[in-house]
Design a protein around this ligand. Structure first.
Ligand SMILES: NC(=O)c1ccc[n+]([C@@H]2O[C@H](COP(=O)([O-])OP(=O)(O)OC[C@H]3O[C@@H](n4cnc5c(N)ncnc54)[C@H](OP(=O)(O)O)[C@@H]3O)[C@@H](O)[C@H]2O)c1
Length: 263
């Protein structure tokens, strides 16, 4: 039997755009109760309204910076308050993250390296540590981390992002061992090329360079990933989806990309 999501509390980090925002709408359409976090409150407010329109009665948001332990603790305390102090968090989606720059190591910037490791690795650890005490045992609760094909295959200019997502993959695997016996499920969903704000952020607002990444290909959409996240969380409580690699058909491998000519 599927695990129902209606009226279940779902916490999503990085809910202000891309996969996180689409997940808020998709879980909202299932009638789940949402706790949304990211740094941009104006964007979160818009996403919460969209999620309510999609069907949920409850979509709440609060500022969250996963690179800062006090921010994570404040956010999780706020989430606990919204749930009435109950140990009721059914789904945790560790999605906040991204890449900064695409420099070879020889030209890498400390700030880019630090941001990538802080968000994609330490952010997942901080949020998971803080949220785990809110998750019930043996009730089909799930932690879903967002990894990447970059965690499986290295590419030039991607050393730190690939290292960060490989780190996320190993954290997920270690946590599965640590959580064994609690009934809490944990998995990672690892997308390939998906058209979100990811490349715009990576190239620091250079829209032309960001568009080139997706030129001529049918990239994944944020909605494709959101649908998969709902599917993972709604499997029967005894089923754990460990690791899901999802790529557009046009991306056969990290560098093997079919691009259609314009016109
Ligand atoms: N798009 C792709 O091709 C792709 C492929 C594989 C994996 N991924 C991964 O998917 C996840 C979501 O990315 P996306 O594609 O949806 O990109 P996106 O549209 O840029 O979304 C990234 C989200 O992360 C949030 N975020 C970034 N730093 C944060 C911080 N310090 N604290 C809290 N939230 C933070 C952003 O919100 P604020 O800026 O408002 O804080 C935003 O909501 C990331 O982990 C990314 O690495 C993306």
């Amino acid at each position: 039997m599927k695990t129902p999501l209606k009226d279940k509390w779902v916490l999503i980090t990085g809910a202000s755009s891309g996969f996180g925002a689409a997940a808020a709408r998709a879980f909202g359409a299932e009638g789940a109760k949402l706790l949304l976090g990211a740094r941009r409150a104006d964007r979160l407010e818009r996403v919460a309204a969209e999620a309510r329109q999609a069907g949920t009665r409850e979509a709440h948001f609060h500022i969250l910076d996963v690179t800062k332990t006090p921010s994570v603790e404040t956010f999780v305390a706020w989430a606990r308050g919204k749930m009435g102090g109950q140990k009721n968090l059914h789904v945790l989606i560790n999605n906040a993250g991204g890449a900064q720059g695409q420099d070879p190591v020889a030209e890498g910037k400390d700030a880019d390296w630090e941001t990538m490791l802080q968000t994609n690795v330490l952010g997942v650890l901080r949020v998971t540590r803080a949220a785990l005490p809110l998750m019930p045992h043996d009730a089909g609760a799930s932690i879903i981390n967002i990894g990447s094909v970059a965690g499986h295959t290295a590419y030039e200019g991607g050393a730190v992002y690939c290292a960060a997502k490989a780190g996320e993959l190993q954290i997920t695997r270690a946590l599965r061992m640590e959580l064994n016996g609690t009934g809490i499920r944990i998995g990672t969903v690892d997308p390939g090329l998906a058209e979100t704000e990811f490349s715009l952020v990576r190239f620091k607002g250079d829209a032309g360079r960001a568009e080139k990444v997706y030129e001529g290909i049918n990239a994944l959409t944020a909605e494709d990933i959101a649908e998969i996240l709902v599917w993972v969380a709604s499997r029967p409580p005894h089923v754990n989806i460990d690791e899901l690699l999802v790529k557009p058909v046009d991306q056969a491998a990290i560098h093997k990309i079919y691009r259609r000519k314009a016109g």
